[in-house]
Design a protein around this ligand. Structure first.
Ligand code: ADP
Ligand code: MG
Ligand code: MG
Length: 252
């Protein structure tokens, strides 16, 4: 049993006019075996939460803590976070020309496990995961994220998830850009990931659409840089129907 705890997290971002506070006291706990959806209007700070967990240098934690089984995540380097079992997919992955998907995956796997994967099983594992995600073989030789379509970025993200096999996954999903096939591939991948019953997922999303395919155990409504309401999956149904109008007062 593992626990990812976010406690009283305050985060500022550097802007041209100085630091601006975006996260204003986020409290959220994910245990292994649980899928949590974080839902909120545009600009509420959802991606800032994901970037902060990922250790993006532009985002400064001014107070609060993030603990993985009691270990201070914020004190860890990005590699250490991955080795500790955290998977942090970014909404807009950086483009890394000159590094192939295949090389990147092997490097990431080596960094996470602390040793290079055995070549024969690795090649089979990659092939199997790519087949499950309907990814063409040629994709493995493409430059990392260079010229990837929205759907390809998402498939690649889920490919990493399957191969790296973390304890916790933080997925910042803009399902807006995804066609229905890509959405299902992503959802199926996340469902495969959680099927072992011991994984934790923090699924960040603006739309309720993806929640038709991924059933969260808990829903957190995120407004104005903090959790404004929490509940079970029924909360997502309410948001689907009414949107975020009820929370208008909670922003700004
Ligand atoms: P969401 O993902 O919920 O749409 P974001 O976390 O992307 O929200 O943004 C929250 C707020 O923080 C927005 O007002 C956005 O303009 C601001 N913000 C986020 N990142 C930056 C940045 N790098 N520079 C300036 N402002 C930022
Ligand atoms: Mg909770
Ligand atoms: Mg966002």
């Amino acid at each position: 049993m593992s626990t990812l705890e976010i406690r009283g997290l305050h985060v500022s971002v550097e802007t041209e006019s100085g630091p601006k506070e975006i996260l204003r006291g986020v409290d959220l706990t994910v245990r292994s075996g649980e899928t949590h959806a974080v839902m909120g209007p545009n600009g509420s700070g959802k991606s800032t939460l994901a970037y902060s967990l990922a250790g993006h240098p532009k985002y400064t934690v001014t107070s609060g803590e993030v603990l993985l089984d009691g270990e201070d995540v914020l004190a860890m380097t990005v590699d250490e976070r991955a080795r500790a079992g955290l998977f942090l997919a970014m909404q807009y992955p950086v483009e890394v020309p000159g590094v192939s998907v295949s090389n990147f995956l092997r490097t990431a796997k080596t960094a996470v496990d602390g040793e290079a994967p055995k070549l024969r099983t690795w090649v089979k594992d990659v092939k199997g995961a790519m087949d499950r995600l309907s990814i063409d073989d040629a994709f493995a030789e493409r430059d990392l994220n260079t010229g990837f379509s929205g759907g390809e970025k998402k498939r690649h993200e889920i490919l990493q998830l399957e191969l790296l096999n973390p304890k916790f996954a933080v997925l910042d999903e803009t399902d807006s850009g995804l066609d229905i096939d890509a959405l299902r591939v992503v959802a199926d991948g996340v469902n495969r990931f959680t099927s072992s019953g011991d994984k934790g997922v923090l699924l960040i999303t603006h739309y309720t659409r993806i929640l038709r395919y991924i059933k969260p155990d808990y829903v957190h409504v995120f407004v104005g840089g903090r959790v404004a309401e929490e509940g079970g999956p029924e909360l997502a149904d309410k948001l689907e129907e009414k949107g975020y109008v009820d929370y208008a007062g909670a922003s700004a």
